[in-house]
Design a protein around this ligand. Sequence first.
Ligand code: DSN
Length: 428
Amino acid sequence: MAADSQHFWGPDYDALKAVDPEIAQVVDDELTRLRGGLQLIASENLTSPAVLAALGSTLSNKYAEGYPGRRYYGGCEVVDQAELIGVERAKKLFGAEHANLQPHSGANANLAVYAAFCQPGDKVLAMSLPHGGHLTHGAKVSFSGKWFEPVPYTVREDDGLIDYDQVRDLALEHRPKMIVAGATAYPRLIDFEKFRAIADEVGAILWVDAAHFIGLVAGQAIPSPVPHADVVTFTTHKVLRGPRGGMLVSRAEHAKALDKAVFPFLQGGPLMHAVAAKATALAEAATPDYQAYARQVIANAQALTSALETQGMRAISGGTDTHLALLDLQPLGVTGKEAEARSGLAGITLNKNAIPYDPQPPMTASGIRVGSPSITTQGMTEAEMGDVARLIATAVTADESTDVGQKTLGEVREEVGTLVSRFPAYAR
Ligand code: DSN
């Protein structure tokens, strides 16, 4: 129990260790991994102790099917407050008319959007997955591609940018029920006004999946999709730095349909500890400190991208406006799969990623995706990005099947350890 509050009964590591030493060891090992390496997965972050405290609280116990004041269980008067506070914070932070904090994940928030606006078989225009879209934007292996009719748009081969003329042409040809803007590996700003105009021209719903960049919007570092979209879905654990989970904000006219789609259509009881932790993250995101963080995330991503280009990688779209970069490794003669594995051996966590028009299958991929949210939370700035890029480039080109490669990876790992020790994650 925390020493400074007689009421808080939260994360108690000693209890975990006594009851379940095996899982305590896993928790310990993960902290060691986080602290000991460079975390460059663009969709991850290091959430704050305050968010973790809300997440590890007794709110986890409460069943609260329904919405505040309209629950299917007694005893919800306290957890109601967490949800009401969180909804108000989301509406204020994003200038939205409606918010729902209950989606358990980004994919669930997205499924709620389909449920609210579409019928099975309806056409949905969205970015193709190999060009940077998301599974839930119409991939054949997901409900979105099985139950709906995806119409994919692509990015241009020459500059890696969305071709808004192509989006409009496809919209006019197919008259989709819904148009999706948003991606998981698109480094540039998206022109939401253009998407709105196209949606209006064909009478489509405009849904923005802002999972990747909503934290930058919250921090006022990039333009917001909220004034333009019918609905904006997102996850809460990426740049936004909250707990794992999903959320949506929308125009008031869609509130009822979306709320009914989240519950009771696709979820049962909300995870009230997660709802409370989302509310805490929203409070943190409304501060000047967080706004400075969001600006630094972009500055670091831009500096890192330039430095990786200097190391011989090709940045798709020639750079980034956001927290992530997509790098083509073909000029180095390395695949994404090799790069991910070699980086891992050197204490650098990143992911292989298909690049647009990739000649390799997705599990091999020609590229890597890197992001700056975690290293920026640790306090790194542009001053460190040259070293980070050099370490990545040295690692991805070291052939681990040779003695020389093994030695190089060991040296990089050591240098990574020295670098991160200056910016400790979860420092005491
Ligand atoms: N899996 C997430 C990402 O890494 O981008 C998207 O859901």
